[in-house]
Ligand binder design. Structure first.
Ligand code: XMP
Length: 305
């Protein structure tokens, strides 16, 4: 997008107009979309902006602590809801139902917090691909606008709804957000839940969280992927010491993409793949094997559910 500065000026003006001096809440996830949206809104309406971060218990390792550090100055409210989410998901293995449960739970918790603030407007970092993928029925996105809200917001403000991801990153840089945010890999709203095929348990989430952290540690700096991740794709037999182990199969995925709608697998060196395998199987006892996924999108999606 060539006219980044113009976009910023106009968005700030539009948010001011739309909010009309009232308080507005935003669900801040720490991803580039909601961060840019929060920064624009903060410039537009200052302390009338109420950012809420819901820790679903499905976040990446260290994520909540980082959010506190980075967005502390915006007065972000951190809601610790991990137990609520895991209990609500218990026993459910259908991917769309898992998404719906998470979306629904997220909305109710968000509403509960928003109601307490008396805010009249809702800000959302929805971007263009979110709109078209949801309209096309590819999958339900958990963005707040797509779910039934029982709370009466007078308006939903979506300043980024005409932008692609790379354009949002340009805006993030122009706003002076840290590179860590501007170049952050996308992370799905339903979090690590879409990286565990089948039913969610606390143990599965802990395993996939650790495996994701290792994959990111080895690949992010060196390959600068659009997205890289680890997912639990099932159970398989392995052997550790003298014992056979029915452990998790971890799939590793690293892709490049422009907008997430198509994606190509990245050629990772054998040494790096071996490092990932070695670190995952040696530090996470419940894992029996590690595989690398070379499927483009289409036919595969980026996430596993
Ligand atoms: P897929 O897996 O459909 O993902 O190829 C395309 C991009 O969207 C992200 N993704 C989601 N983001 N809610 C989100 O906010 C979701 O339910 C969701 N599912 C996938 C995914 O990480 C990738 O960047």
């Amino acid at each position: 997008m060539v006219k980044v500065e113009k976009f910023i000026t106009e968005s700030i003006r539009r948010i001011q107009e739309e909010a009309g001096g009232e308080h507005a809440v935003i669900a801040l996830s720490g991803g580039v979309d909601s961060s840019v949206c929060a920064e624009l809104a903060s410039r537009a309406i200052g302390d009338k902006l109420i950012p809420i971060y819901v820790d679903t218990g499905l976040m990446r390792k260290g994520e909540t602590a980082r959010i506190k550090e980075i967005f502390g100055h915006l007065g972000v409210r951190i809601i610790d809801a991990g137990e609520e989410f895991i209990s609500a998901l218990a026993g459910e293995s259908d991917p769309e139902k898992k998404r719906k449960i998470i979306g629904e739970k997220f909305i109710r918790i968000f509403e509960r917090e928003a109601r307490a603030t008396g805010a009249r407007y809702l800000l959302q970092g929805t971007i263009y691909p979110d709109c078209i993928e949801s309209e096309g029925g590819i999958k339900s996105h958990h963005n707040v606008g797509g779910m039934p809200l029982s709370i009466e917001f007078s308006k939903v403000i979506e300043p980024l709804r005409e932008l692609y991801k790379d354009e949002v990153r340009d805006v993030a840089e122009a706003l002076g957000l840290p590179g860590e945010i501007a170049h952050r890999m996308p992370f799905p709203g339903p979090g690590l839940s879409v990286r565990v095929v089948g039913a969610i348990t606390r143990e599965a989430i802990e395993v996939v969280r650790e495996a994701n952290a290792i994959v990111e540690d080895v690949l992010v700096e060196k390959y600068r992927p659009w997205q890289c991740l680890a997912a639990l794709v099932g159970l398989g037999t392995g052997v550790k010491g003298d014992n056979r182990l029915h452990g998790w199969i971890v799939a590793v995925r690293a892709v490049n993409s422009r907008d997430g709608m198509t994606a190509d697998p990245i050629e990772i060196t054998w040494e790096d793949l071996a490092e990932i395998q070695g670190r995952i199987t040696s530090t996470i006892p419940a894992v029996s094997r590690v595989v690398y996924d070379i499927t483009p999108k289409p036919p595969a999606t980026i996430e596993y559910e």
